[in-house]
Design a protein around this ligand. Sequence first.
Ligand code: SAM
Length: 272
Amino acid sequence: METIANITTVRKLLDEYDLKAKKKYGQNFLVDEETVKKIVDEVDDDSFVLEIGPGLGALTQKLVKAHRVIAYEIDSDLVRVLNEIFKEDENLDVRNQDITEVDLGEVIRQESDGRKCTVVSNLPYYITTDILNQVFCSSDDVEKVIVMMQKEVAMRFVNRTDRKDYNVINVLADLYSDYEPVCRVGKHCFYPVPGVDSAVLKFELKNDRVDMALVEFIRDCFSNRRKLLLSVLKQKGYGVDAETFGNIGLSDRVRVEDLSVSDFVRLYEVTR
Ligand code: SAM
């Protein structure tokens, strides 16, 4: 099979199977081999891969050469194409399921067989957030998550000075992973060409056990970002007052976006 991450092959496959890219599933297929290589190179040799949204198999094609791959694809038309292209590949298990309905932690535990898992995904951002949330909170077997996302969203992780759009997921990423950009991906690396550029980020998970009570506390802090944090927490039933904030060097006038990651942890500790 020729390289899938190529505009000619992608067009040919869509023609052959009488398909069009579906907007509702965010289908913009990668047609840049260099980007595929950069992503695949990030996967450790001894890891198995959970691929989310394989599409026509641009990444899958390289991943299955060196790894066992479990791929979740929502679109049954694409599952048909993948099953045909990769019919000889015993390393690949394509599952026709919506990833938001899958218990990722459970699947990873069942399939890990002593190996660590790398999650590779190229999905709409709202799903990516859900996946990162699940991965940070539910599995010790994941060592890495490599995700493609809209460039602006990726910058929100990387550029820590602008906290206007900072959210629960950014705090969890800071607490439970080390992350860095892998590459920028211009919109012309996709077919059809999307409206925006993308970037790939790599999250390497720390071994710390996730404290779910802390995660809940962080979620509560973000439950009303326009209000003063002190009143948000009071409303949520935490026993805090201006003095509690003062004791850890915080003004009682702060909003959630003013907090650093260590502020969240200290505030959580004094509210327990
Ligand atoms: N990975 C392929 C590539 O790079 O060419 C395709 C990327 S395309 C941006 C996103 C893929 O995710 C599509 O194949 C789409 O059908 C699939 N997808 C979208 N939502 C999904 C969901 N909830 N669960 C599983 N797959 C999904």
